[in-house]
Design a protein around this ligand. Structure first.
Ligand SMILES: Cc1cc2nc3c(=O)[nH]c(=O)nc-3n(C[C@H](O)[C@H](O)[C@H](O)COP(=O)(O)O)c2cc1C
Length: 209
């Protein structure tokens, strides 16, 4: 089994990456492979809402000039997800939001049903709002949202300063163990023949009168 982890920071080796490293260590000890995908620090297009993916329905984004379709391929192979981001003005980074908007809008099928969790890092504040934004990507898409033992948020500014936040780190370690446990539980359930519910789709009530 494998977890795809997205580093939503524009600093490749900052606090977010340091925490992802801790999560990797715990997952590896549980015999779960990991891959960290960095969103980068170059401009990345947001979803333009062009709707091409809704016509082709091939789980890909029409814009092929960046890494989004490569990332969708990695998500297809993954069994679980971790999204991590610093707070940028009370939100996850713009880069991570652009990436997740495009991946989910064009290829939600490749993520649906797989468990995941997210965490947020801030120097000081804006964490609750930012965490809610990230968690919502799982909740929109029938993805079991795995929790830790408290808020999945850490405080720090300089790289690796987050390690001084012992309560935050404890929560992250527990969340990582819980993710491994949920992934293994779902695997056992699949292997014993449990199938996903046949859910209904297609209703769209836009509240237009
Ligand atoms: C553009 C920008 C906006 C930020 N906004 C906030 C904020 O609203 N609240 C806060 O506490 N920290 C804010 N920060 C600080 C970062 O969240 C903090 O330094 C974090 O540790 C960076 O994580 P990283 O090392 O993974 O990049 C901001 C940083 C940047 C660059």
């Amino acid at each position: 089994m494998k977890v795809l982890m997205i580093n939503g920071s524009t600093r490749q080796n900052g606090n977010t990456n340091a925490v992802l490293g801790v999560i990797e260590g715990i997952l590896h000890a549980e015999d779960i492979d990991t891959e960290v995908f960095w969103v980068g620090n170059e401009p990345i297009r947001d979803c333009t809402g062009c709707g091409s993916c809704k016509r082709t329905l091939d789980d890909s984004c029409i814009f092929k000039d960046d890494y989004i379709n490569e990332l969708i391929g990695k998500a297809r192979e993954a069994d679980g997800f971790v999204f991590g981001s610093p707070v940028y003005y009370s939100h996850p980074t713009g880069a991570l939001l652009s990436v997740l908007n495009r991946v989910y809008y064009s290829a939600s099928n490749v993520l649906r049903g797989k468990p995941g969790c997210s965490f947020i890092i801030a120097r000081r504040a804006g964490t609750s709002l930012a965490l809610q934004v990230l968690n919502q990507y799982f909740l929109y898409n029938e993805m079991p949202l795995v929790s830790g033992s408290y808020w999945a948020m850490l405080h720090g500014a300089k790289p690796e300063e987050v390690f001084q936040d012992e309560e935050g780190m404890q929560t992250i370690r527990n969340m990582s163990r819980n993710l491994a446990h949920v992934m293994k539980s779902l695997k056992i359930a699949r292997e014993s023949g449990l199938v996903k519910p046949k859910n209904e789709y297609g209703a769209r009530t836009s509240f237009i009168r």
